[in-house]
Design a binder for this molecule. Structure first.
Ligand SMILES: Cc1cc2nc3c(=O)[nH]c(=O)nc-3n(C[C@H](O)[C@H](O)[C@H](O)COP(=O)(O)O)c2cc1C
Ligand code: SF4
Length: 411
């Protein structure tokens, strides 16, 4: 199957950021402003699903902001990318900064906004530099004021209410909802928080139409998506047609599925799949959700056959516990307790009821935080208990690891 390059079409990655002149020569200008104001029906017809993790219909989201904007909404382009296994957003911003900016301009005109905030992970220096240069290149043409704001290098800083909180008050901790950002966000205005990849797709749909967007894909899964594939030898970015079998994407990423025991799909907010389930998996966000899984932010991280899934999970849970924004008791204490128990099991120091405790605590945690951080962490630990059931039993009851030689990294 050929690679359907859309977002990544154009100069090869070694070229670095596409300039404004190159971008306009290749794609032409965005449609004029009066047409941009009517873009929502095309977005709805395209079926574009958001790429920050939730796979929510982008057109519907724009409509809900447009209904309350009165021309004074704010666009917050989310390029925080705090997910450790993902590289898609930073790469997109670094290579195609003008496509991301086009998407933000389109969103501003589409929903009725008069300000754009580019919220970019402070660790993503190349992306940040590319956006700054891109803004300078088209400074005379920008129809709305654009601010670039650094997102703190924390997992939770990319959550939408945390992003709004940081822009407003310099505090990147989530706030209790409601009001949600689309009701009251930056400076109290209705705010469209949209992942940078979602915006870039919208910028192409505005040029080429919804039928063009839907013209690639398999079955009900339409369009393309950026996916970060990783294995023992590193990671790489691909643009895939949605509906592609996971094994094809893994093979294209240079990872041998025959030497893979499990795949972490969707990143730390997603879940583990054993290799047999992975072989049967199609990368279709809607079908995945229907089966209790998640495409998430497009992470496909392969755990080598000789690695220990318990140890990999312990590492992830320790990270997730450490990233709690420390303001909701169940999240702070619950995640720490679960991470400690998984850590004890992993290191052969399990207490007799640690496995039962993890199951009990995680059952009590979902939905108990101001944001969904604990829900994601609990989903991950559940998938680990299922996928690595034997390994967990072996570690917990017999205090042995059948794969002692490995690194335990998911990627
Ligand atoms: C703990 C947590 C971390 C998140 N981090 C990010 C992030 O780094 N980047 C991102 O685009 N969305 C992130 N999200 C999702 C955002 O809350 C929001 O849904 C998204 O930016 C909206 O854009 P989209 O609709 O285009 O996906 C995170 C959500 C949670 C719960
Ligand atoms: S649930 Fe956790 S990460 Fe989310 S706001 Fe509460 S303490 Fe912070």
């Amino acid at each position: 199957m050929s690679m359907p390059e859309r977002l990544l079409a154009g100069p090869p990655s070694g070229h670095g950021a596409e300039t404004f002149a190159e971008h306009e020569q290749r794609l032409g200008a965005l449609p004029p402003r009066r047409l941009r104001r009517d873009v929502i029906p095309a977005l709805e017809a395209s079926g574009l699903l958001s790429r920050g993790g939730a796979a929510f219909p982008v057109g519907r989201k724009w409509r809900s902001v447009a209904e309350r904007s009165e021309g004074a909404a704010v666009i917050l382009a989310n390029g925080a990318e705090g997910e450790p296994l993902s590289r898609k957003d930073r790469t997109l911003m670094a290579l195609r900064p003008h496509l991301v900016i086009d998407g933000a301009i389109l969103a501003a005109d589409g929903v009725g906004a008069d300000e754009i905030v580019l919220y970019v992970g402070s660790a993503h220096e190349t992306a940040r530099a590319a956006l700054i240069r891109a803004l300078t290149e088209r400074a005379a043409d920008l129809p709305h004021p654009v601010r670039l704001i650094d997102a703190p290098d924390r997992y939770v800083a990319g959550e939408e209410s945390a992003a709004v909180h940081h822009v407003n008050d310099g505090d990147a901790r989530p706030t209790a909802l409601p009001p949600r950002p689309y009701e009251r966000g930056v400076r109290g205005r209705p705010t469209l928080v949209q992942n940078v990849e979602s915006l870039a797709h919208a910028a192409l749909i505005a040029r080429y139409g919804d039928a063009w967007y839907r013209s690639v894909g398999t079955g009900e899964a339409r369009g393309t998506a950026l996916v970060t594939v990783s294995g023992a030898d590193g990671s790489g970015l691909q643009e895939i047609e949605l509906g592609t079998p996971l094994v094809d994407v893994v093979a294209r990423g240079g990872v041998d599925i025959g030497r893979t025991q499990a795949v972490l799909l969707g990143g730390y907010f997603g879940g583990w799949l054993g290799v047999d389930a992975a072989r049967a998996t199609i990368l279709d966000p809607v079908a995945l959700r229907a089966s209790g899984r998640a495409f998430g932010c497009g992470v496909v991280a392969c755990l080598p056959a000789d690695a220990c899934g318990v140890r990999a999970t312990a590492g992830i849970m320790t990270f997730m516990a450490g990233q709690s924004a420390a303001q909701c008791g169940p999240c702070v204490f619950g995640l720490r307790a679960i991470a400690d128990a998984v850590g004890r099991i992993s290191s052969g120091a399990a207490q007799s009821d640690d496995l039962a405790r993890i199951r009990r605590w995680s059952g009590q945690l979902a939905g108990r935080g101001a944001c969904r951080h604990p829900d994601g962490a609990v989903g991950l630990v559940h998938s680990a208990l299922e996928t690595f059931a034997e390994e967990f039993e072996c570690h917990a009851r017999m205090r042995i690891c059948s794969r002692p030689a490995m690194s335990g990294r998911a990627a």
